[in-house]
Design a protein around this ligand. Sequence first.
Ligand code: GLN
Length: 501
Amino acid sequence: MNDTIRRSAAAQAAALAAGEITSEDLTCAHLDRIRAVDTDLNAFLHVSEEEALTTARDVDARRSAGEELHPLAGVPIAVKDVAVTEGIPTTAGSKMLEGWLPPYDATLVATLRSAGLPILGKTNMDEFAMGSSTESSAFGPTRNPWDRERIPGGSGGGSSAAVASYEAPLAIGSDTGGSIRQPGAVTGTVGVKPTYGSVSRYGLIALASSLDQAGPVARTVEDAALLHELIAGHDPLDSTSLPDPVGAYAEAAHRKDVRGMRIGVISELEGEGFDPEVRARFTESLAQLEQAGAEIVPISCPNFRYALGAYYLIMPSEASSNLAKFDGMRFGLRVVPEDSPTAESVMKATRGAGFGQEAKRRILLGTYALSAGYYDAYYGSAQKVRTLVQGDFSAAFDQVDVLASPTSPTVAFRLGEKIDDPLAMYLNDIATIPANLAGVPGISVPSGLAEDGLPAGIQFLAPTRADERLYRIGGALEALLEDAWGGPLLAKAPELVSGAN
Ligand code: GLN
């Protein structure tokens, strides 16, 4: 494997700036890597080789002409297939959109393009971002680079697997209930869900609009911070976009000082149901932070126990409404039944053929929860729980600077293990969902190896608009743990270090 692609995005950017390598060579090295490993991993649904190389050559030319470029210019990136990309196929992991060429770019994609990041391709995901394993993709599952028989998390398993396996130094994910953080945890990578409204949702194919948030997927906290700084910012095309200036995330990641920081350990998210080894890595991580001068405070968030139930009413309700547009009339798949088709029979046939099982399940759940007569009992109650969860966060953040929990209750499970048991699948999100209900930002950082040598993650949550705190604590913990491990966790992945892979 070419050594350059194993470097962090920041180091790749520095090599480009110093003229040690061209973006074209760097992009080619990543495309070679994709060719070598992706038949097996299936992290990419589409590789946009030509587009990536065109951007790379353009950046190289501008750099040689002495033009001032964005610090990440020339560093390639992978984009979750939930973000629309002009002229590059976009499916959201669904047969519904197979073969669709979007006529425009999502705002964050336009930002990546104008900063000169070559887009390597679109990454695999659970259909319409529904799932925790990437097994609900209509185009086959992605495999975990640590162990090919295991899931890479979901819904953004493609982005995290691509970054973990050095196919891309950076990727974009989207997190509605954990789909950036949980894949990060189970692949030994870093994932950040920014404050709701701080990264534009314009051009993201919606799962649940009040919960969806795009964010960075990376191998280091600093890389996540650099990408976050690029994609954040006000967007008039997104009605829920915040007007805030972008924070100094990279600076926070470099600080590596947690003295005086108060870390609240959420008592509802560390006991029953959490794998003992995942908990052990969590406790050890906290001990490192405590030794470095942080204060650990137990915190109770009593309403978090209802968060999963509320999420699985609010999310399908919004999803059932967002997915109504896939009806065979306007764009995407159209299935026309043979004898005397009517608009209704075309819609029925199209939706029957185009949606997979999980999408259908959620459309049914959501339609039911929103129906007259049940609305107050289900959707209305769930919204009340949402307010209670927000109240728990406010009360907690009166006492501590950040909250902490394991990101996911277990390490990566086996492909096929939970796909036929929706409840078991939904439980993977128990720790990540509260943040989406409240709009607060969260980061997942590798916490070490648990049983079978598989990675575990620790999650930190901060108040809305205080994303910098995540980078401060994440950067500090990463440095402490890498000192203890003698290098990054990914260097311990057996299949990844053995050149052949
Ligand atoms: N796994 C969660 C779900 O299935 C979260 C999905 C997401 O964040 N997109 O809904």
